[in-house]
Design a protein around this ligand. Structure first.
Ligand SMILES: [Ca+2]
Ligand SMILES: [Ca+2]
Length: 402
């Protein structure tokens, strides 16, 4: 009981410190987990980043940072509608670590909610990688036409919509303003590839490193970005309208960070007892089993939404059914350490993720460094409502380190 009391107390004191690594919105009938700025709003089942009103602009970010530096994949469906004066200006997908954080937003119109006007270049979002879907020709920004997709960056500085800040550009043969389109962006840590409408070949394939940057089409290095610790950033969208205006909608979106390696470890003590979703929450491990590499990430899926949880670890396996009235089983014994400084929240995707620091592995006697030759067992405790407030556990996973 003391164990659970401590968990609840810590949950209150240290709410939500670890980033989620995967999430998805099959539509936007529920916009929980999104930070919206400017004219961004829920519109039916769509996410309207910006409306067809002269001067409207908006930006939207997933409200937890995600790991991007080693790779990610994201896919979204967008559509523009209700054009005024032919429609404009376009929408973007953004990876950023701007000083304004979740409130980052640029100017309207041709700046598409991320860049800055000629009179206010510093309004542009800093420290960003932007993929723009530009539907209006602006000669002043060196647009190739009024129907292109490009990759823009200013390194750690202002990210301008001027095409002297492009590292890649493509102009599709069909108009991006008609119908809905699928953009599939895949990054493996060195190559950024963009697929359009389910095509088997990328329409853009360009070298990019968040640490080192890329090469401008006009020549010269962009420089890299300053990401958050652990290689994280915020991800989301922006859009802008001017006298040429349109509604800019995102219809669905999914995002997943790419694990560096793995899977690793051996599951045991499973399947876990069912939770309120009717599923067993399962733990998985990714990365490397080399202790000195300090590269292990734990993921959990099939969790109830928006619930807190905590990873626990021990060098000893155990089995205690329903500890403290929990609906799950504790699969650890001996000296159990709690990742109480890294509480996680399952968010709108029902997932936990934690990048471990193997040099600060919790034990009741304080943090220790995991050594080659040791085997550690990991499990996750989480809150649930089934039907009243309770808790549950995942299965366990054992990792033998080299
Ligand atoms: Ca433009
Ligand atoms: Ca452009």
């Amino acid at each position: 009981m003391l164990f659970l009391f401590r968990l609840l107390l810590l949950t209150v004191l240290l709410a939500g410190s670890a980033p989620a690594q995967a999430f998805g919105y099959s539509d936007f009938s529920n916009v929980a987990g999104l930070a919206m700025n400017g004219g961004a709003q829920q519109s039916g089942n769509a996410l309207r980043v910006c409306s067809n009103v002269n001067g409207d602009k908006g930006s939207v970010f997933y409200d937890q940072s995600v790991y991007v530096s080693g790779g990610f994949a994201t896919k979204f469906i967008f559509a523009t509608s209700n054009p005024v004066n032919g429609g404009g200006d376009g929408l973007t997908f953004i990876v950023q670590n701007d000083p304004n954080g979740l409130a980052a937003m640029g100017d309207s119109g041709s700046a598409m909610g991320y860049g800055g006007f000629a009179t206010s270049p510093a309004n542009a979002i800093d420290n960003a990688l932007v993929i723009e879907v530009d539907t209006f020709f602006n000669s002043s920004w060196n647009d190739p036409d009024g129907n292109h997709i490009s990759v823009q960056t200013g390194g750690t500085g202002d990210c301008s919509q001027d095409h002297d800040s492009s590292i890649a550009v493509v102009s599709p043969a069909f108009t991006l303003q008609k119908g809905s389109h699928i953009l599939d962006i895949q990054y493996d840590g060195s190559l950024l590839e963009i697929y359009l409408d389910g095509g088997s070949k990328p329409v853009i394939s360009v070298a990019w490193s968040f640490a080192g940057g890329g090469t401008y089409l006009t020549g010269g290095s962009t420089g890299g970005l300053n990401l958050m610790s652990g290689g994280n950033a915020y991800v989301g969208f922006s859009a802008g309208s001017s006298t040429q205006a349109q509604d800019h909608d995102i219809l669905s979106w999914k995002f997943i960070s790419t694990p560096v390696g793995g899977p690793i470890g051996t599951n045991y003590c499973g399947p876990a007892n069912l939770n309120s979703t009717g599923a067993s929450a399962a733990i998985s491990a990714w990365g490397q089993t080399i202790a000195a590499a300090n590269d292990v990430r734990l993921d959990v899926g099939s969790l109830p939404l928006n619930q807190f949880g905590m990873f626990v670890t021990s060098q000893t396996k155990g089995f205690i059914p329903n500890p403290g009235g929990s609906q799950g089983n504790l699969c650890l014994g001996g000296a159990i350490g709690r990742y109480s400084k890294s509480l996680v929240n399952s968010g709108s995707a029902g997932q936990f993720s934690l990048q471990l620091d193997l040099t600060q592995t919790p034990t009741p006697a304080g943090p220790v460094v995991i050594q080659a030759g040791e085997t550690w067992h990991f499990q996750t405790w989480y809150r649930d409502k089934n039907p009243t407030n309770t808790s549950n556990f995942t299965d366990g996973i054992s990792i033998t380190f080299m």
